[in-house]
Design a protein around this ligand. Structure first.
Ligand SMILES: C[S@@+](CC[C@H](N)C(=O)[O-])C[C@H]1O[C@@H](n2cnc3c(N)ncnc32)[C@H](O)[C@@H]1O
Length: 218
């Protein structure tokens, strides 16, 4: 039984996009369990170097920060999320790393950072909620140092299920579209790859989903 089971499709989609309150906390924990392997794989692919400044967009309950800090010496983790519930939970959970990790209430299209602040940027399960991806990608690029890289994981339209549609706030785009949008935002390189994963739904049923990994260089 997942916390998503008790919700209508509209409530489920709203909580996935912006987890709120006690149910939001339960959903974030469930999501993090589901995404743990994908999150760790993405962090490994970032090839984080000693002393790097790393930004995560949409950190949910903040369970990936420790994985980032483990990658190399002197790494600094910064996260943003537009859910006050998630910022409070991530800050509480990671309180013992407050000297190396900070969690900010902010949206991706308007981040409270000066330009050229980060060496690595990543997100999991976030960019498919963006209604104006070029605006947010431009903002991501603004805060990246020259030569910095980003990796964003999101759902592909292929194999998507019922709630994954614009009416519920999901804007799924194919790999070619993501590459074009990333270039339009000014990235020097953009590459989007699709791969299948076998997904277990909250009710236990199995289905094949497709994820996109979008990589860009500033
Ligand atoms: C589906 S959850 C994924 C959480 C986490 N990355 C994980 O894999 O478990 C999406 C998260 O991104 C946040 N989010 C969605 N759109 C955002 C935006 N435009 N700016 C900042 N945070 C956003 C939500 O509040 C939520 O915490």
């Amino acid at each position: 039984m997942s916390p998503l089971d008790s919700l209508t499709p509209a409530e489920r989609a709203r909580q996935l996009a912006n987890p709120d309150g006690a149910i939001g906390l339960a959903i974030a924990a469930y999501l993090n369990d589901n995404n743990k392997t994908g999150n760790a794989a993405t962090v490994a692919l970032l090839a984080i170097q000693p002393g790097n400044a790393v930004l995560e967009i949409g950190f949910g309950n903040g369970r990936t920060a420790a994985e980032v800090l483990r990658q190399a010496d002197g790494v600094r983790y910064t996260g943003i999320d537009h859910s006050a519930t998630m910022v409070a939970e991530a800050s509480r959970f990671n309180a013992d790393m407050a000297d190396r990790a900070s969690f900010h209430l902010a949206a991706a299209d308007r981040m409270p950072f000066t330009g050229a602040s980060f060496d690595r940027v990543f997100s999991i399960g976030v960019i498919h909620f963006w209604t104006d991806p070029v605006a947010s990608l431009k903002e991501v690029r603004r805060v990246m140092r020259p030569g910095a890289t980003m990796i964003m994981g999101c759902l592909s339209p292929r194999g998507a299920s019922g709630i994954h549609q614009p009416a519920f706030g999901f804007h799924l785009r194919d790999p070619e579209t993501w590459e074009a949008l990333t270039r339009a935002a000014g990235f020097t390189q953009a590459r989007a790859e699709e791969r299948p994963i076998d997904h277990t739904a909250p009710d236990g049923s199995l289905s094949r989903r497709y994820l996109i990994r979008l990589t860009g260089s500033a």
